[in-house]
Design a protein. Structure first.
Length: 148
């Protein structure tokens, strides 16, 4: 069943996350490829990652470098090499979208949204429930969307 609730839907592709070994090496490559420098760099210490963002039209490309051996990005690169790590969708209401997707049988990896990069609250869907793709749902942090 497809949801018709405007508050429980995906609005757009927000970004594509690409795992890299080194931002120092990847940033110049992507700057050359995309014809522009990254517009933002950020550390997400809770996830053990450094990020940089490029803007391509309405979509962002997020490069992620693991900063600790325990980081999911470090483990991903060690196991699979550099490459596409996840696709992120912007949602209007993160909690409503989580409820909708759980009801549809999707597996949420983190039951409580957490702070992600680029001023977002995020949750991830398990790739086993999404055809092998790690899916991130994100919502801009505003007064209304930040319960804490």
């Amino acid at each position: 069943m497809v949801s018709q609730n405007i508050f429980a839907c995906m609005l757009k592709v927000e970004h594509i996350g690409i795992a890299v070994r080194s931002l120092a090496q990847a940033n110049p490559l992507f700057a050359q490829l995309l014809g522009q420098a990254p517009y933002k760099a950020e550390t997400v210490a809770s996830e053990g990652v450094e990020t940089s963002f490029f803007k391509v039209g309405d979509t962002k490309i997020e490069l992620l470098e693991g900063t600790t051996p325990e980081s999911a990005i470090t483990k991903f690169v060690e196991k699979k090499g550099e490459g596409i790590h996840h696709i992120a969708f912007e949602v209007a209401n993160l909690e409503a979208e989580m409820q909708r997707l759980k009801a549809e049988g999707f597996v949420i990896l983190n039951e409580t949204p957490k702070r992600g990069a680029d001023n977002k609250r995020v949750v991830f869907l398990h790739p086993k429930s999404t055809g092998g793709v790690l899916v991130e749902l994100c919502q801009e942090i505003t007064e209304e969307s930040n319960p804490g």
